[in-house]
Design a protein around this ligand. Sequence first.
Ligand code: NCD
Length: 315
Amino acid sequence: MKHFISMEDITNEEIYQLLEMARMYREAEYKITKQTFVANLFFEPSTRTKTSFTVAERKLGLDILDFATETSSMQKGESLYDTVKTFEAVGAECLIIRHEDDEWSKALNKKINIPIINAGSGKKDHPTQSLLDLDTIYQEYGYFKGLKVVIAGDVKHSRVARSNAQMLSKLGAEVYLTAPDHFTETELGYPYIPIDEAIGICDVLMLLRIQHERHEAKSNSTLNYLEEFGLTKKREKSMKPRAIILHPGPVNRGVEIDTSLVECQRSRINKQIENGVYARMAILTKQLLEWKVINKTDIVKVKPRIVATKKQKAN
Ligand code: NCD
């Protein structure tokens, strides 16, 4: 039994099983019939990850214990460990945690006896974002081997870059990085190439937000950023015909990407958000099954999802 902390610990086989489960949840409605309590413990801001976990949990019929740092006993000085232990003691059966510390999971790993899902750890890991990105790429291409994926921008401070680079290369994709000098991280071990070369060769362009909140010194790093390192309208025109654009959000419009391209034909940015719900349903189910919180027989098919036809959509 393991917590869902880092793509380092996840095998290719597990990824394909999760993608299959995400597909199953996209195509039909399932409920977990056994009452199960899960807690969303977000110690850092979040819009997409937190709401998509909430939707995933509600779709599965789980009972959510909500939490906000501002109104919790953390205001009285309670530590992360004691807060988490309290949720375990009160009866939570799975914990979703986001925290600014790169290594927060180390303090909890062996001491918490219910599954933990990492919803973001500092600059280090963001495995649930990675799964939804993999899902989006897989829906598009149906394979990973040999795909050229370029991760562009603030690589140094990005947990999205780390988790995706690790898993995509394990799955056989060719990972390239492109970043201004002050945002490069050489230890990662993937080749850096100039932005204009990167744009021309990629099948998937994964843009990153500039992570101001993780920079040690304030800088004017957004000055001329779009022209020098971002996806301008001119650069988009030199992408391969089938190449797609990803961004984990939130997007700095006009910085990483020209604002007119955020919803362009190649952009899968909103698709990523939609896929996040099903990817997280799959991860929740995997963890609850693996830790024997639920059995397979507790998952019951309710009905196929109703997909609107073109005609219905027009009405
Ligand atoms: C990312 C994160 O929080 O790491 N966002 C997300 O989860 N959708 C990326 C970011 O904040 O730039």
